[in-house]
Design a binder for this molecule. Structure first.
Ligand SMILES: N[C@@H](CCC(=O)N[C@@H](CS)C(=O)NCC(=O)O)C(=O)O
Length: 213
């Protein structure tokens, strides 16, 4: 059954891999699943055909036979559940890997998004200068806790899992700010994720879309 995902026809990041289709591409690459991509313009995201797939008018979506999904957490979880490579077989190990997926999306990503939005969308507002240190502190609190848990380990809980895929994807958004480098073990962790051949294939695929003439 063909898997089709959606992605921006031009990502605002110009191909830095921050658009969330990259996570889904990465999961598909890790599990060896071929996929097709339907590119969508910003306007088309808000039209009925796309809203039927994602009520919030966002990418990525995932279609496979009669299944249509949105939300990267749900999509990556679906892929990981149905194909080997992203979740351990043992039930307890599996539950912990899933916990890290949720931690990435609901504990680590929100302050990082708040920081990104404060910079990109509110950078010109008069109150941003006062607010930014608070926003950054909230990011640092979480990174410090995450760095303490990771320690010298290669991955968050044993072997590489969907939890690491999601955590690395979320942390990558911080790369340009330099904040990640304040936590060398997290920076090295992210670099290990990026060094995975499956990540590289996913990154190159989205880059090709976003740098085409
Ligand atoms: N929680 C959603 C967020 C999806 C999301 O923010 N998608 C962005 C691209 S990375 C988007 O489509 N933005 C366009 C818009 O919101 O209009 C997920 O994880 O899938």
């Amino acid at each position: 059954m063909t898997i089709t995902i959606t992605a921006f026809d031009r990502s605002p990041d110009g191909g830095k891999g921050l658009a969330r289709d990259t996570r889904v591409r990465w999961a598909l690459e890790e599990t060896g699943q071929p996929y097709a991509v339907r590119l969508v313009s910003f306007r088309a995201l808000k039209e009925p055909a796309h809203l039927a797939l994602n009520p919030f008018g966002q990418i990525p979506t995932y279609e496979e036979g009669d299944i249509a999904l949105f939300e990267t957490g749900a999509i990556v979880f679906h892929i990981a559940q149905h194909h080997a490579g992203l979740l351990p077989g043992d039930a307890a190990d599996r539950a912990r890997a899933i916990t890290w997926m949720f931690a990435a999306l609901s504990t680590i990503e929100p302050p990082i998004l708040e920081f990104a939005n404060a910079k990109l969308l509110e950078g010109d507002k008069p109150w941003t200068r006062d607010r930014m240190p608070l926003v950054l502190d909230r990011v640092r609190v979480r990174l410090k806790q995450l760095a303490a848990r990771l320690g010298d380990a290669e991955w968050l809980d044993g072997g590489f899992s969907a939890g690491d895929l999601m955590m690395v994807s979320v942390l990558l958004r911080l790369r340009a700010s330099g904040v990640l480098d304040e936590f060398p073990n997290l920076a090295a962790y992210v670099a290990r994720g990026e060094a995975r051949p499956a990540y590289s294939r996913a990154f190159q695929a989205q880059l090709a879309v976003n740098t085409r003439p």
